[in-house]
Design a protein around this ligand. Sequence first.
Ligand SMILES: [Zn+2]
Length: 490
Amino acid sequence: MKYEPIIGLEVHVQLNTASKIFCGCSTRFGAGPNTQTCPVCSGLPGGLPVLNSEALKKVVLAGLALGCEISGNSTFDRKNYFYPDLPKAYQISQFYRPICLGGYIELPSGGPPGQPMRRIGLTRIHLEEDAGKSIHSEDPEHPISYVDFNRSGVPLIEIVSEPDIRTSDEAYGYLQRLKSIMKYLNVSDCNMEEGSLRCDVNISLREKGSEKFGEKVELKNLNSFRSVKMAIDYEIDRQAKLLAAKERIVQETRLWDSRRAMTFAMRSKEEARDYRYFPDPDLPPIHLDEKYIEDCRLALPELPDRKKARFMEEYSLSEQDAEVLTSARELADYFEMTVSRGAVPRRASNWIQSELLSRLDDVDRIGAFIVTPEKLAALLSLIEDNTISGKIAKAVFGEMAESGADAETIIREKGLRQVTDSSEIGQIADRIIVANPCSVADYIHGKEKALKFLVGQVMKESRGKANPRMTNEILLEKLSRLQRLNEGGR
Ligand SMILES: [Zn+2]
């Protein structure tokens, strides 16, 4: 392609404070319409906003974790526009002096290992209030619209990236990383279905090698990371075709239609001046001293990069394994709990990444998974002490994930305990040798592969319960004896 996509993301993250940003109303999701409102958040005349100190702390934590400069002096501004879900006809936001400036998110380069990380710059993070929600009746006979103000005044942070993103994969990786960090910080649940993480995309194309930006299109209505990726790919294609045909790109806002997998024009894009921003006279400036910022810095948890390095060091995991296990805080916690219950780290890592993650649709729910870290550790210790083979353990794990029973119970009830009695394995081996004279002859005449087949037959006869290492040794011993006899007889 002769064009280079220039992509920037604006991500709104709902903070998980108990109360709203400028009043004491609850932020709980899913309550009956307009049951969590007061004169302040429903915009009644005379209602005065007071800043929620938890919301302030959370935006500072987010800023510190993303390498931003925290402003000691920031202010709130009014963003003026009329919409039914905005009862004051302005949104309290930060325009002139946002609380966080700069910062970055680092992504794996995507190239061979050892390459430096790709750094996507941040322009700013600011604090603002959410709007209410319009609900439209789906009955064409009665086209009525309603407004629910429960969401009005829920605290939001808006994280604006620099136009540093070049591909839809990078946008996807950026969002995943951002979500992971927000969840590590416990500043948001980042639940996209409930709207606590929302993303708009700014995208333009320019000829490769050119420094000038092309006309920018804003994409909205992206309700999953996947739709962000698909909408970007669609838009790159659409704009490239227009440019190739020497047509003009219109600067506008386009909506993503996930059912038809395409974007369509919604309105011409408004600019900052259209909003008539001005300082909010009801809210004093926010002054943060060094001590406040330092206290927040000390309160930061171990973040993904640091945790990944520690996992590699402390548990001797590969970079790839440590990357996966630390990609979500809940996953990292699950792994560490499993290890703290006695599991060998590398085995725990393999099992969590293969058996466990393949059974989970959403890694966020790992904390509620029916097989707890204690139960997984107990299962893995049974492989360690040769009670069961790794293969049987996988079947046992499947049962555990279905019923929630513990490994010991399943093994006892199904009689799956590994056979480690050498005379019992020896008897099976004798039967297999008698039943397979051709394979035995092959082995004696130098076909090593025949041993593998005979081991397999013993394992099958024992219904997978014979200890594989012992089976191998016992068969080898018996076959060697036959071989000696055979040579002596010649
Ligand atoms: Zn309220």
